[in-house]
Design a protein around this ligand. Sequence first.
Ligand SMILES: CC(C)(COP(=O)(O)OP(=O)(O)OC[C@H]1O[C@@H](n2cnc3c(N)ncnc32)[C@H](O)[C@@H]1OP(=O)(O)O)[C@@H](O)C(=O)NCCC(=O)NCCS
Length: 179
Amino acid sequence: MKAPETIQTKRLLLRRPQMEDAQEIFERYASDPDVTRYLHWETHGSVDATREFLRLSHAAWEAGPAGPYLIRSRESGLVLGSTGLDFEIPDRPMTGYVLAQDAWGQGFATEALGAMVDLARSLDLPSLLACCHPDNAASIRVLEKGGFDLEGRLTACAKFPNLSGDAMCDILAYACDLC
Ligand SMILES: CC(C)(COP(=O)(O)OP(=O)(O)OC[C@H]1O[C@@H](n2cnc3c(N)ncnc32)[C@H](O)[C@@H]1OP(=O)(O)O)[C@@H](O)C(=O)NCCC(=O)NCCS
């Protein structure tokens, strides 16, 4: 089953990203080191890095049931961030979210996460996973509000390139049971 390429929530328009979104994604959040601190991908140094992300996004959408979604405000049309479903490990679909700084603190991540949980349920997935850095308090709170339970702390198992280069860091693994 394939996910819809566009999803609407109360305040958000989630849409499969297109190559022409590159400049806006780069400027709004992908080049901001405060935004990417706790992410697994390096802060984009040029719009070419954003285009590479969009190529990977396209490949994910072609290979699996879904991929990244760009988040826009329904009111203003402005790019707010991105979310999505990642099927890189097909039996363990994961979600995540990132927002431009001026979009923080308004409940947008919680709203986007709710849409990903609804989408995962509509795709008959048994559960949805999410991981975050143990110090990422805002993200932990979003996962708790979204109905995710802490599965455990995995020791030295992921890189956070913008935080600690090549060092392996602990992560918190969360899951939302959809059955
Ligand atoms: C994490 C992020 C997506 C949260 O987005 P958001 O739209 O501000 O989140 P929401 O408004 O839906 O909810 C945030 C919650 O965290 C709480 N919060 C924010 N900062 C916090 C902090 N430093 N400590 C504890 N709680 C915090 C807020 O009070 C809110 O909880 P509440 O509704 O109970 O008051 C956003 O900060 C972001 O994009 N950060 C950079 C990218 C990132 O880290 N992504 C997650 C990777 S796992």
